[in-house]
Design a protein around this ligand. Structure first.
Ligand code: PLP
Length: 381
């Protein structure tokens, strides 16, 4: 019998839930109107957008008018960071060294345009120290960008503390909540940030939709100029169907979050118990800090991530690697490097991430298949 494929890579992307798809479908069909049109075709599209905006706002506790729909998290992040620089080319951008490439590459480009950037390191748990972030800001005009949860380790960053202290000094703060929204409670007022990025496809909406929270009164210069949609902060005819999908995904996340967070965390416990039963020699990165409920970044001692991954692919399990091989050389992910992860474990690091459609039997089956892979990679006695 063919093996059931098991998707254990939810941090890369998540499936579109059937309810989300159903919410989108009419806007590909009879409700195809342009939300800016004043006639009978425009109105349902406009209403769908308004509803989507309210639903996303409901997930993070902001006002609907504080949201700008974008095409993805990368666009939200690029808009925020470039806006900060274009508003004041003397601004000092302070971020962590473990941000997603959407932030790091954008910052590198801004640096090439003359921006001053500081990248703050993290401790062994993969967590940034708020003191270091705030101290780096100095007395000059600054802008802070710190992700809420890291996509590789799942480690949650002290954004709340950073934002409280930044606010006292009038420093705006952006957080990339792409991996956090929908998985843990994300509340704008508690976090106290000025800008926040959401990625649709990490929370069961389709790829190609994102959102950006911009606190009332905060400035945002657009990347896209044109028809003045989204309060002139993001021109271009809105992706109504995907906005409806993102809204529904956020509504479902708000409704189910406490129960799903608990269930998915329990699956993690089962996964680790399974690894222990296998007798695997592993290191769970960021084990001693707050993490997302459904992410584990695990290093297997003395093994190469690529070998484990290809073994898992052979058993129809999808995960992702934290280290890549180039011939005999192993290149660790920049997150593992920044954490100074022990080399004997780091090279064999994989990211396992699960989600709403993962059942207990899937976790047990991943453990079983992983056991077969690890056995096959044991050096001959
Ligand atoms: N930020 C984080 C933390 C992510 O994990 C990702 C995607 O993996 C992104 C930003 C970029 O998302 P997208 O490729 O949808 O723009």
């Amino acid at each position: 019998m063919p093996l059931k494929p098991i998707y254990f890579d939810y941090n890369a992307t998540s499936p579109v839930l059937p309810g989300v798809y159903a919410a989108m479908e009419p806007y590909f069909k009879e409700r195809f109107g342009n939300p800016s049109s004043g006639h009978a075709w425009g109105l349902p599209a406009k209403q769908a957008m308004n509803q989507g905006r309210r639903q996303v706002a409901g997930l993070i506790g902001c006002l609907p008018e504080e949201l700008v729909f974008t095409s993805c998290a990368s666009e939200s992040i690029n808009t925020v960071l470039k806006s900060a620089f274009w508003s004041n080319p003397a601004v000092h951008l302070v971020m962590t060294a473990i941000e997603h490439p959407a932030s790091l590459e954008c910052a590198a480009w801004l640096e090439s345009q003359g921006a001053r950037i500081s990248r703050i390191g993290v401790n062994r748990q993969g967590v940034v120290d708020p003191d270091e972030v705030l101290n780096a800001c100095g007395d000059e005009p600054s802008f802070i960008s710190v992700m809420l949860a890291n996509n590789e380790t799942g480690a949650i960053q002290p954004v709340e503390e950073i934002a409280v202290r930044a606010r006292e000094r009038g420093i705006p703060v952006h957080t990339d909540a792409s991996q956090a929204a929908g998985k843990i409670a994300v509340d704008i007022e508690r976090l106290g940030v000025d800008y926040l990025t959401i990625a649709g496809h990490k929370l069961y909406a389709p790829k190609g939709i994102g959102a950006l929270f911009v606190r009332k009164g905060r400035k945002l210069l657009p990347l896209l100029h044109g028809g003045g949609q989204e309060n002139a902060m993001r021109s271009g005819t809105e992706n109504v169907a995907f906005i409806a999908g993102l809204g529904e995904a956020c509504r479902m996340a708000s409704r189910d979050l406490p129960a799903e967070e608990k269930r998915q965390r329990q699956l993690g416990t089962v996964f680790l118990e399974g690894l222990n039963r296998l007798g695997a020699d592993y290191l769970l990165h960021s084990a001693d800090t707050l993490r997302l409920p459904q992410t584990m970044f695990i290093g297997f001692k003395g093994l190469r991530a690529a070998d484990i991954l290809s073994g898992l692919v052979g058993y129809d399990v999808a995960a992702s690697g934290g280290a890549a091989c180039h011939g005999a050389e192993t290149t660790l992910s920049y997150v593992l490097e920044a954490m100074n992860a022990p080399h004997e474990y780091a090279g064999g690091t994989l990211r396992f991430s699960w989600g709403r459609l993962t059942g207990l039997e899937d976790v047990e089956e991943v453990v079983r298949r992983l056991g077969l892979v690890l056995e096959s990679l044991k050096p001959a006695a």
